[in-house]
Ligand binder design. Structure first.
Ligand SMILES: [Cu+2]
Length: 180
């Protein structure tokens, strides 16, 4: 019984230690602000979309992308590759076309190694003369989705937790067994 009590105590201590370790590692980058701002109404299309995060974004080929999708839900309006400068991720935008809601979807590699994605919208109130990006350009500048490269997968954390708890219990049982 005493050993069981110690094992339980060790388990609790180990779990607290795990939470402490996991805390900083789980602090993904967060979007702080954007240009244009979310839900902005614009008379003319922006030359660029710029997203500012609370921590530096990892730099690398095809790790980060911003896609601007037009009111029809299909046409893409970003122009070229997404670039990273410290906390700021940006992409050039083509001259826009039809009025309506444009959706800015982003997927970036957080400082802690996890992909972070989200979207925001802006509304174009005066039609422009632009046309969406041709399909071949879109394919060349948009990383294939579904590829969660970078960052430890969840199972690594689970295996780590199980091993730590196991070690904790083993130690607790040994200590418990040797006491009178
Ligand atoms: Cu994270």
């Amino acid at each position: 019984m005493r050993a069981l009590g110690r094992a339980t105590a060790a388990l609790v201590v180990t779990l607290f230690a795990l939470v402490g370790l996991a805390g900083p590692a789980l602090a993904h980058n967060q979007l702080v602000s954007s240009t244009p701002a979310d839900k902005a109404s614009l008379g003319a299309g922006p030359a660029t979309v710029e997203l500012t995060f609370d921590q530096p974004v990892q730099i690398g080929e095809n790790l980060n992308s911003i896609v601007v999708v037009g009111p029809d839900g299909k046409g893409q309006w970003q122009n070229g590759k997404t670039s990273v400068n410290g906390n700021i991720v940006s992409v050039a935008v083509r001259p826009l076309g039809p009025v309506g809601d444009y959706t800015v979807g982003y997927r970036i590699l957080s400082a802690d190694g996890h992909p972070v994605s989200g979207e925001l919208k802006f509304t174009l109130t005066t039609a422009g003369t632009g046309t969406p990006a041709p399909a071949d350009q879109v394919a060349a500048t948009t990383p294939s989705s579904g590829d969660d490269g970078g960052g430890a997968p969840v199972w690594v954390w689970i295996v780590g937790a199980v091993v730590l708890v196991g070690v904790g219990m083993f130690l607790a049982l040994r200590v418990g067994g040797s006491s009178p």
